[in-house]
Ligand binder design. Structure first.
Ligand SMILES: [Zn+2]
Length: 198
């Protein structure tokens, strides 16, 4: 794919959430559009991730990648499935995932079990996905507060794991956003245009 490389490394688990059905849209959209379980990204993003390897090895950890480059065609489909305003960016050009400059990640043990965080990635839970798909955003919007970096009512371990990930990413070329503990952008993301696919 133009300008993007397909990321693969033994220290990372490629587990694109929209390539499986247990996600907020309840469908394997990345399979539907023929993209599959692949983590594409700009070379600079890949280099930044690989710079984490010594720390992953030292701490006996792996990193799970649950989203990276998102084909605009997949983003459009996700918007159609959940048309709630503000849930997904109304214009795919505004999603850093469609620029190949963002990753959704968490740390796992060596067996691939996620460390304990205040929520799952995407704040996913089956019951919330079912509610949202019916157009009921009320309970999930409350739950989403737990996804924020400034959410303090999580357990000490969850907060420690969230902050460890944030420090790690920010020390290795990424920036965080306040409302999603799992989402990281490469620091100069503004310089990369949206990448069309196919
Ligand atoms: Zn993200």
């Amino acid at each position: 794919m133009k300008n993007l490389l397909r990321f693969s490394d033994e220290h990372f688990i490629i587990d694109m959430m929209y390539a499986r059905e247990n996600n907020m849209v309840g469908q394997a959209v990345y399979q539907t559009v023929g993209f599959g379980n692949n983590a594409y990204m700009h070379e600079k993003v890949a280099e930044a991730l690989l710079s984490l390897v010594p720390i992953l090895e030292k701490n006996k950890l792996k990193m799970r990648i649950c989203d990276a480059y998102r084909p605009p065609i997949a983003h459009q489909k996700m918007l159609e499935i959940i048309p709630i305003k503000g849930f997904f960016k109304a214009d795919y050009k505004e999603s850093n995932h469609c620029h190949g400059t963002a990753v959704d990640v968490c740390l796992t043990d060596m067996d691939g079990n996620n460390l304990d965080y205040p929520t799952e990635i995407d704040a996913y839970e089956k019951r919330y996905a079912e509610q949202v798909l019916k157009g009921d955003f009320s309970e999930f919007s409350v739950h989403l507060q737990k996804a924020r970096h400034d959410y303090t009512k999580a357990s000490a371990k969850q907060i420690q794991n969230r902050e460890f990930l944030k420090n790690l990413m920010e020390e290795h070329g990424f920036t965080s956003i306040p409302h999603e503990w799992w989402h990281y952008n490469i620091a100069d993301w503004e310089n990369y245009p949206v990448v069309e696919w196919k």
